[in-house]
Each structure stands twice: as C-alpha cells, then as structure tokens.
Write a protein that binds this ligand. Sequence first.
Ligand SMILES: *Cc1c(COP(=O)(O)O)cnc(C)c1O
Length: 397
Amino acid sequence: MKKETKIIHSGRNYKKQAGCVNPPLYQASTILFPTLEDYHAAERGVPYYEETKQGSAHDYGYGINGTPTTFALQDVLRQLEGGDECVITQSGLSAITTALLSFVESGDHILVVDTVYGPTRRFCNKELKKIGVEVTYYDPEIGSDIAKLIKKNTRLIFLESPGSLTFEVQDVPAIVKIAKAKNITTIIDNSWATPLYFQPLALGVDVSIQAITKNISGHADVILGAIITKGKEAGKKVLSCYRVLGQSSSPADCWLALRGVRSLAARLERQQRTTDEVIKFLEGCKEVQKILYPAHPKFSGYKLWKKQFSGANSLFTIVLDKKYPQKNISAFINGLEFFGIGASWGGYESLAISFDPTEIRTATKWRENTPCLRFYIGQENAEDLIKDLEKGFKRLK
Ligand SMILES: *Cc1c(COP(=O)(O)O)cnc(C)c1O
C-alpha cells in the first residue's frame, strides 16, 4: 500500500463500526467489564473488547489510555510513519517533552539541533537542566561531524529537519549512522514534512514526532501530538513514561484529527503547487534577498531535501533586502487581506509573521541582519495571494 492509500484505509473497520465509514467518537473515563477477572486482565494489557485489538498495544482498563477513537488515530499515524507503536499526546509539545523524558536521566548528555522548535529548547534549558541532563546545541548542517560532539555520557540526539523558522535541512542518514554505532537514541520532530513527505524511521531514526495540530489535523481547530516509535525497546520506554506522567488526549480531538487526516495528501499537494507560484513571484521581487525554503533550488538545503524528502510543506521564510523601520514591516503584514497574523500553521488558511532568529541561536551565528518574514500558504487561490503580497511590498516601501 502506498502512503496515500494508507491514509484512507488505516484506522477504520466498518464491520466493527455498525457499517459506518468513520470510527465513532467514544468518550470515556470509566470502562466497564462483565467480571472482575476481565477487568484485571484488561489492566494487564489483555484486550477484552474486539475494537481495542486493532492498532498499538495498550491497556484498556481506564479511559486515560484512550478509547477506540484514540486507537484509530494511533493506527493511522503508526502505519503512515512505518512505526511499531504510537501514542497520542495532548499537544505536539507534550509529544516532544514526553519522548525526551522517556530516554534520559540525571547525568546524561544530549545533543539538540540549534534550529529546534523554540518551546523544545525552553524545555531542555529549564526542565531537563533541573534534573541534571546536560544539553549541547549543534549546527543543523553539521552532518557526520556530529561525532566530534559525542561524549561518554551522550544518550540522545534530537533532530528537527528542516529546522523551525529558518528551515536548514539536516543530513539525517549521516547522523543516524554515527548514533547507531555509539548506541545513541535518535528522536526527530517530523512535523514540517509529515510522514507523507519524509520517513525518518525507515532511515533508522528511533522516534518520530508529529504535531498533529499542524497539517495532520489541518483545520486550525485541534491541539494534539503523536510519538511514533520503531523497535520494542523504544516503544516500551515511551509508553511507560507516557503513563507515569499521566498523559492523555481527548477522544473528541482525535476524532477531529481523524477527519482531517484523510485529506492530507490532497491538501499538501495543492498547497505545494500554490507555494511554487508564490515563490516564483517572490523570486522576482527586489525586496526579497533570500528565500529560505527547502524546495527552492537556490536554498542551501535544497540538495539534501531533494535526496531525503518526497515533497514540501507550504511553510517558508523570506529575508528582506535591507533594514526597514518596524512600522513599514507592520504596514506590510497588517494590511494583508488573505494572510492571518498568528502562531501555528498547517490549517487551511494562509498566515504571515515576522521574527528575528538572532537571539534563539547558540551553536551557530545568524548572519543575515535584515528582517525575516515567515509565510504559510493555505488553500486560497495563488493569484489572490500574489496580488495581496504585491500590495504588501508597496506598503513596505
Ligand atoms: C507547532 C510545533 C510543535 C508543537 O505543536 P503544538 O501542538 O502546538 O504543541 C512542535 N514542533 C514543531 C516543528 C512545530 O511547528
């Protein structure tokens, strides 16, 4: 089965759903069993109900571990990423923090990519530091030179490719090769590409993370995350940590995400085509000095992207040609008709923000000194978006 077909045919079984195409929404705290013996067996992981046998292994004794709606979403993501286990968390960020906590303990050293999602960095600097985990940030373009940063107590390498905001592409196979030789666990944040366009587990990465919040759910109405693991050891560690922490996710949100994910391939394909047209327009704008987008042939990460990925998200950044007064930048963004101003991305609507990467880097120095604008291209018509941007550049001047 190809990935597009998996998206459609995983996580549902009409015969167990009274013939309905979609898995129903099961909301539950208490789960009832006919006998005390069945209840205790379920707690030990012996499935009692037929519907709970599909998908990942789980304990179906209490609603905190999910209901068949949750398991259906687990099944879709597990199959799509090509993993052995999947757990759904209450946010993308909690998928990251739970995955990190699953593999480290006091005295360990970990390597984290310098272009990591901001809140991941904050968790490493605050909570991991508190429990005595030492964190070194590394250049996203380090490749096999990462070997030089490995210490005796290095337990984990955290990757995110492309990186947040500036989209540097990592040489994942080169890093995995070194990690494997040293028995170091690798975790990747795969939210930008989604499992549709990048398959880290097939390249030997142990854990893949999805912010379901973004393109997987795709409609700007859900906050959820997923941890997908390869191999028995990784799966056991994550599941244990997830439970010990009291993690859970709302079946209603899982139901929305299940509804959203079915159109993932069509949405991403269309948004990619629109993005190509927008990029073509931006290339001709003299106010645009650089386009930070893995699928853009002039971008430094283009070759690596081409080698590892089968498609691109519609999230990218432009670097302007010179310093503009803040009020000009605001005039550009505030006046846009079709681009919303706000955090997150991955919904059906286009977005725009400005940001400054200078303060969020420690391993590398951000060399551009002109403003950066990040765009997310949604489902709108390309011509409308381009006209909107055209007017924006006039306001910028
Ligand atoms: C948004 C985002 C997350 C976090 O997802 P939430 O559900 O908002 O917590 C993680 N990683 C990346 C790359 C993101 O863009």
